[in-house]
Ligand binder design. Sequence first.
Ligand code: MN
Length: 338
Amino acid sequence: MISREDFRKLVKSNRASIYNVTHIADFDGMGSAAMLMHYAGVPKERIFFGNYMRQAIDRIIEELNAAKLHNSLIIFTDMGVNDSTIETLKGLLHWLKDKGNKVAWIDHHPWNDTAVREIGGECAYLVAGENKNYCATELVYKELFENEADTEYGMNLANIAHYADFNIRNEQLDPLLFEITGAITYINYNQGNIARLRDLVSEFAKGNYKNGITKEAYANYLKDSELSIKELEESLEKHSIGNLTLGIGYSKRLGSTQACAIIADELKADIAIFVNTDSRKVSLRSDKAVDCSKLAIALGGGGHPQASGCEVNAESGEDWKELFSARVLEEAAKIYGR
Ligand SMILES: [Mn+2]
């Protein structure tokens, strides 16, 4: 592993051949990409999107394969590593290295020792493991660009991403964050429109957080969300586990932050669980005092103590919601029950 100074030099000397693989679903992933685009000139075509789920990783492998990378620097940002994907990712990184590429990884999700050892062994530079203070966008800024002449852009973006990623409510920032996250949600639901996401990163790289793309996508998001919120409210389940109140809600086409805020507010829930009935992706949010990532991990996912996720995969058939809720309660009782 090289030093941070050498990593900075590597980025400077590879300006023309940097690729970025970043987290698709949220502002932190896009912020990390925007940071690299702003300071290191990474063009939008060289930004790929994924998450820690196998399907997404398989798609990234296909895309990187098609890009025929060699002698390039590939920087992964805001991407966690699951137990079940370590081997696949290690294989990917090994293959990239075989083609003369260098790989770096900057993340703040929890990593276990095996992940650090196996993935880290393939990386020229690695920042990994749970970070309670900094999200990925902040880490990209600190690791690479905090000594640049123009720090205002990076500090501002890092700050916005921090509020978004740590799920911190802020009266001044909330309207902007709701607009951005709503827009990202809408674009993701439209078949994960990668071209649109790349355009959005380009706007963010210029510091245009309010732009035509977010405006249009957020308007569409709001149109959809009225019905979705109604559906969510009609589905709400309130459960007591030990001292905790756990809320579960089912709906679609809603940003997970907003959906979980509704669940938490309406049920006074310590843990809010939103199940997207289209994608069957599950988002968990909790107050500072409760670590919801333990539950997410028990359900086969991962993430942060206050914001994590998993997928509905063991349940099928017409009663999949009842089955999933039952599994959530069973796992929650083991973790938080007495
Ligand atoms: Mn993040």
